[in-house]
Design a protein around this ligand. Sequence first.
Ligand SMILES: [Zn+2]
Length: 511
Amino acid sequence: MSRRIAVLAGLLLLAGPPVPAAAERPDALELRARGVALGRVPLVLIEREAYVPAERLAAVLKGTWTVQNGKGLLTVGGRTAQFAVNQARVLLMGAPMRLESPPRRNGAGWLLPDEFVHRGLGRLVPGATVVAVSLVKPPPGGGPPPRAPAHEVAFGDLRVRSYPSFTRTVVETAGELPYQVEVSGREVLVRLPGLVLPGPQAQEVDDGLVKELQLEPGPGPARLRLTLEGAAGEIKSFVLADPFRVVIDVHRPREEAPAAGPRPAGDPLRVIVIDPGHGGHDPGAIGPSGLPEKEVVLDVARRLARMVEEGLGVKVLMTRSNDVFVPLRDRTNFANKQRADLFVSIHANAHPRSVSEGVETYFLSSEASDSEARQVAAIENGVVQLERGPGRRGGDTLKNILWDLAQSSFQQESSFLAETVLDFMTRSLKLVNRGVKQAGFYVLGGAAMPAVLVEIGFLTNPREERKLASAEYREAAARAIYAGLAEYKRRWDRGIRTAQGAAPAARPEPR
Ligand SMILES: [Zn+2]
């Protein structure tokens, strides 16, 4: 898949004087019905809130506006919205709808909050859509204002990943959008005119750099607000295509950021993060006699952690050390924050055919190496659904997620690590060698370090389930992974980190 990277209408105002909010606001709303423009209503700003004149709105919609007993009634084709001055409650077709601010009255008549147009118009006039239109002059020296989009664009997803030197926020949408970034104090504001949000969204980040994210539908254009925990370094923005994504990277201040580029030769391997798959309400695969994957892999991970700390003198951190649910994203975020050198995720396999057997290792790739690898990825990725609720994401979108993540930069090192670990596992466990495979694992996607996923056997195979239930096999599996990591470390210490026998020339910035 090609990754076209283009900088669109990104306007970055860094550390300059704060720009008055009014300068970026759209100054009219264009109303459309099934794609046909009905007309525009001007936006009136009062105390930083935007309103539309009620009579003008009624005229554009070919409806009526009447006022009686202190109530304003907007009627379009027999459908009604009833307003009261200083009440943020609207009766839309008889059903209450709450606005952030109430209607107002000025000398020219009633003013309705633009939020009503954005949220309520589709119900009042089925098929109607709204586009914010900006006629604003560019701010002095600031470049062009964002172009109003030709159409409304549906929201896709909001993601955030913490890397050692920066935090990446990605807004994925159904189509291209202009955007505008403004930084003032401890806040980064990204305006996304044309973006249609189902509702406000918030995510806590708390990674020492970004405190939280809020994506708000309006009033005015949708906006992404990043609240910073302290001073930030450079803030970069760009877009990725297919699907369209606006990417905001908040970098740590230069003095706090770890050195960029490859770890110098001779730099010791310091930290390995071991990730026991699943946990809590996500049991993973379940064997015919009921043995859950989450239990097996936690035990193997604990054994492995002990061996690595004692045998290699390398610090080990676990993404979970008991039976708790950890979202996939948090697993690699944790490794990134800890600046881990390696990330090893441990799983046990499942297959519809119970005769499937053996061990295999995976590293991340955008394209699965065969259809079975795709199937394994689909099973392991199923947890994303558990995190987000059913029906939230299909398989194809998952592939898209991978592209704005870091792991593709470490493919060679990861593939080498996967080979080394598998080599020792098949030798000492005397199990079928299913090979090193590539697949689109969400769990590996965000790791800013070489990362592998190890499948230590098939829980769905009754014979292998019995093995996986035994302490002897678990100890042997941990020992085999340990031997692979020990060999990888030996070569690391000699400056060999890829199968080509040389350290990579550069460690590119993850995308
Ligand atoms: Zn698993």
